[in-house]
Write a new protein. Structure first.
Lengths: 295, 492
């Protein structure tokens, strides 16, 4: 699309961008953010070419502006920064809709992917002796555990949501046009050993369904933020806020209560999996706060 | 002038258990206790959640440091006053601004000319002229500077729920015993201001809260009979003094909120997005005097394009570094206050000795062989030559950074900054012994946090520059999908 806008109009766009970003920072809902009263004659051209919207609330920058990346270099430095934040806010807005869709139609599948992402983000810190007890060389631990992560995650999903396999999870999410990572149902030869090192069966026994759901959804939201390349804290905050609001509604609890349940669950798992030590009474077999955690 | 939105107080502040304090437990992962914050950290948390996030996770606590202060103007101002007041009390400098100017030029001779000139012209000249009469009447041994205060149970009122205690430590710019005043000094503010600079009143109040919460049994002998609760609180700018109200419900509320942020962020940055959602200023209403202004409102360069992935990886580094800092430094702060002296000695953290003499920059200590062992070990290992000599108690005292100079038999001579300490024979009594505390290089964790965050924020805007910069290309490859190939050299 070809269009021509004057330098005064670029300045107006910059001010409109500032207003919408400022409103979002003040936690005003996106639908209500960024409206200002401007002399209609000043923004007529901008509205006609689709860079602004107007209604009875006034004028605001149009979401369509994000596709006009050629406009960005014409803005001053702060304007360019505002433009990139607005792009992230719009991406975040799309992700919020995806999150809404998930809970209605495919919660367990998204939770499973989220849990897998959570485990992928961990370095699984364990005491080296644990690995040796199961004939895994400490320097091999990272490789072994990385291969076993899909299995570790799916065992949790099987317990709580009766999810059969990654094939089922991914095909279901794809049917709904939801973003999916590349996870395969690999039978890791070392899976049993890794399970043994981590006492994974004990971990699952001590896991609660509600904390698992919360972790799964928050990590799935984090995954979505990552694949969309959202950098602006304003955008990340919008997505995370929506994820937490969905969890609060689904579980009928406050986020503080849910976080406390996660902390309690980790403590319970830590207590259930501690091993005896020669020097000290007991010690943790792994640093669970580094494995089962919020992003 | 309080900006921050109020956050629900934590149920309870977790302090280290006995086995953690005595290091009988394996140190790993997330510490099972909450941080031991400084007054600066609490101020940052009170200013903005993003400021405390940068403080705890990115090693940057400069939100309340003005541009002038970051160039050392504030230190020069405070240090010269700390030198001037005792010198005038002793009659070494007359109450005449020309003499003071002369002394200042000598005192600040190592500072750059422009900084020295600016400090005198804009700050000290105003302050000296304003205080001339007060300075001419100053009593010897009544003003003490840079007094360290620390308490793991500082009391704060909780609306309708009694009191809550938190750990807190800081340093008081000056205690004026003749006038019963606690003074916090700053070069911030303008001549026409009718209120203290942002949060300076709160800072003074926090320091007084620590002092007034310390049990009398933990007072140093030389101040055992002083009642700090009755002292007045003053914020001193170059242009005027402001008295701070001690009964202040909004300060109490702000404190609970600040500690709530500190506790949540110490759990590993999981409240990061909440901090950004609750930031105190916005694009339309920026705090332009905030030391983190550039961090919050400067555009990130376009390249590397994988910045989102970089952040996701790097955030896994900030968290363990924060925890390492808590294990190395915050635990030690708890230990200093909560363990008995002999337990600290057993852990090798403290040696006790007698101050034999303190002349100029040299302090001579007498230590028996057992007490001297940790110092000798450190000297032999060559790890570090840095110590902190504590005169007084760990709750209230003077912490002097020292370096080892020489030893003869049981005498150890260390170099410290020149400071006036309480004297014997006057109203105050010099302590019979001091503590020589081995200082761990805990600040390295903060340096790494700062460097990692700087790398995360760094880059180029222009594609041409980015395309030829090896580090950018390496990051694109490491965190993205770019295939990196070794270039063929001309000889190949």
């Amino acid at each position: 699309m070809t269009y021509s806008i004057s330098s005064d109009e670029v300045k107006i766009l910059r001010d409109l961008l500032l207003r919408v970003v400022d409103d979002v920072q003040k936690s005003i809902l996106l639908n209500d953010a960024g409206w200002v009263n401007v002399d209609p004659s000043l923004v007529r051209n901008l509205c006609e070419i689709g860079l602004c919207n107007s209604d009875e609330r006034g004028v605001r920058v149009s979401p369509a502006i994000v596709s006009h990346s050629d406009l960005q270099p014409r803005l001053d430095e702060e304007g360019q920064y505002l433009f990139s934040i607005f792009q992230d806010i719009m991406s975040a807005s799309e992700l919020k809709q995806i999150l809404d869709k998930i809970v209605d139609q495919s919660g367990p599948y998204a939770f499973s992917v989220g849990l897998e992402r959570m485990l992928q983000n961990s370095e699984f810190p364990i005491a080296p002796e644990r690995a040796l007890q199961y004939c895994i060389a400490p320097d091999e631990w990272q490789t072994q555990v990385a291969a076993a992560i899909p299995e570790l995650a799916i065992t949790v999903a099987k317990r709580f949501w009766n999810v059969k396999s990654w094939d089922v999870v991914l095909s279901r999410l794809k049917t709904l046009n939801l973003p999916t990572p590349d996870i395969k149902d690999l039978e890791s030869e070392q899976f049993e050993k890794v399970k043994g090192v981590l006492e994974w069966n004990t971990v699952i026994e001590n896991m609660g369904e509600e904390p698992a759901k919360a972790l799964g959804l928050v990590w799935y939201a984090d995954y979505l933020v990552g694949i969309r390349g959202i950098q602006a804290p304003e955008g990340i905050a919008l997505v995370q806020k929506r994820a937490w609001s969905i969890i609060e509604n689904t579980l009928d609890k406050t986020s503080a209560e849910i976080k406390k349940e996660i902390d309690d669950m980790i403590e319970k798992i830590d207590a259930a999996t501690r091993e005896k030590d020669q020097e000290y009474s007991t010690r943790p077999i792994a640093s669970w706060v580094d494995i089962l955690r919020l992003p | 002038m309080i900006i921050m939105s109020i956050r629900v107080p934590v149920d309870r502040w977790n302090r280290p258990r006995a086995d953690i304090l005595s290091e009988r437990n394996y140190k790993s992962g997330q510490p099972p206790f909450d941080p031991f914050p400084t007054v600066t950290s609490v101020l940052n948390a009170a200013l903005c959640p993003v400021a405390i996030l940068h403080d705890m996770l990115h090693g940057n606590d400069s939100a309340l440091i003005s541009r002038e202060e970051s160039f050392g103007g504030g230190n020069l101002f405070q240090n010269f006053i700390a030198f001037l007041k005792p010198a005038m009390a002793d009659g070494r400098i007359p109450a005449d601004t020309q003499y003071m100017r002369f002394e200042f030029d000598q005192f600040a001779r190592s500072a750059p000319d422009a900084a020295r000139e600016k400090c005198w012209r804009f700050y000290l000249d105003r302050w000296c002229n304003r205080k001339l009469e007060e300075l001419s009447r100053i009593n010897p041994n009544s003003n003490f500077f840079e007094v360290s205060v620390s308490n793991s149970y500082t009391k704060f009122g909780l609306r309708d729920a009694g009191i809550r205690t938190y750990p807190l430590r800081g340093r008081i710019d000056e205690i004026d015993f003749a006038n019963h005043k606690l003074i916090e000094r700053t070069i911030k503010g303008m001549p026409a201001d009718d209120h203290p600079p942002r949060l300076k009143d709160y800072q003074t109040w926090l320091l007084w809260k620590i002092l007034s919460s310390v049990p009398r049994s933990e007072f140093p002998a030389f101040w055992r009979d002083v009642d700090f609760a009755g002292f007045t609180l003053t914020v001193e700018t170059p242009y005027r003094d402001f008295e701070v109200e001690k009964e202040n419900a909004s300060f109490e509320e702000l404190t609970h909120s600040a500690y709530s942020w500190i506790s949540d962020l110490a759990k590993g940055g999981r409240s990061e997005w909440e901090a950004y959602a609750g930031r105190s200023c916005t694009f339309g209403n920026k705090m332009t005097d905030c030391g983190l202004f550039g961090t919050c409102y400067r555009r990130r360069p376009l390249f590397p394009t994988t910045r989102s992935e970089i952040h996701r990886e790097f955030r896994n580094i900030y968290r363990p570094l924060c925890w390492q800092l808590m294990w190395d430094h915050h635990l030690l702060e708890y230990q200093k206050l909560e363990l008995e002296a002999d337990e600290l000695e057993t852990l090798g953290y403290v040696s006790r000795g007698k101050i034999v003499s303190f002349h100029g920059r040299e302090i001579e200590l007498e230590l028996d062989s057992k007490q001297a062992q940790p110092i000798l070990d450190q000297q032999i290992s060559g790890e570090s030559n840095s110590y902190v000599i504590v005169v007084g108690t760990f709750h209230i005292g003077f912490e002097l950074e020292a370096s080892f100079l020489r030893s003869t038999n049981d005498r150890y001579v260390m170099e410290t900054p020149q400071r006036r300490l309480p004297q014997t024979g006057v109203a105050l009594i010099i302590p019979s012994d001091s503590s020589v505390l081995r200082q761990k290089p805990w600040f390295l964790s903060r340096n790494v946090q700062r460097d990692v965050f700087a790398l995360e924020s760094w880059g180029f805007q222009l594609p041409d520059r980015a395309a030829t910069h090896s580090v950018i290309q390496f990051m694109e490859s490491l965190f993205g999908v770019k295939v990196l190939r070794r270039e063929r050299s001309a000889r190949d």
